[in-house]
Write a protein of this length. Structure first.
Length: 129
């Protein structure tokens, strides 16, 4: 969401705006290199583990937001600019919608590099022996 509908507080091409895209885009590039470059193996249950980690992280960030009056990850309110969150309803419903979208995206991203299931006695298993 951050790369598609950025919430920039300074105009382009200022240092904060460039840093914003480098930081958020860098996370996407690093994940793609690890997964599609086969540098990190994807195991069964990876989608659920990753989603659980995201949920715990969001809960911790939500606690931080509540204590310090911040709005990291837009857990307290939507950004002022139009964003993809506008399609997911008002607060707090967009948080549930965001979780569903995240789970669907994790699953879709898992499909291409997913571990191939090998059945006992299959040609693939026999060839690997």
């Amino acid at each position: 969401m951050a790369v598609l509908t950025p919430d920039l507080w300074t105009p382009w091409p200022s240092y904060p705006a460039i840093y914003f895209f480098l930081a958020h885009g860098g996370v996407l590039v690093a994940c793609c290199v690890l997964v599609f470059g086969r540098l990190a193996a994807i195991r069964q249950g990876a989608v659920w583990r990753t989603f659980a980690i995201l949920a715990v992280y969001a809960a911790l960030v939500g606690a931080f937001n509540a204590i310090f009056g911040a709005n990291y990850m837009y857990l307290c309110r939507k950004p002022a600019n139009p964003s993809l969150l506008d399609w997911l309803g008002p607060w707090p419903l967009y948080l549930v919608g965001s979780a569903v979208v995240a789970l669907v995206l994790f699953w879709l991203l898992w499909l291409p590099p997913r571990p191939q299931m090998r059945l006992p006695g299959s040609a693939i298993e026999s060839r690997d022996r």
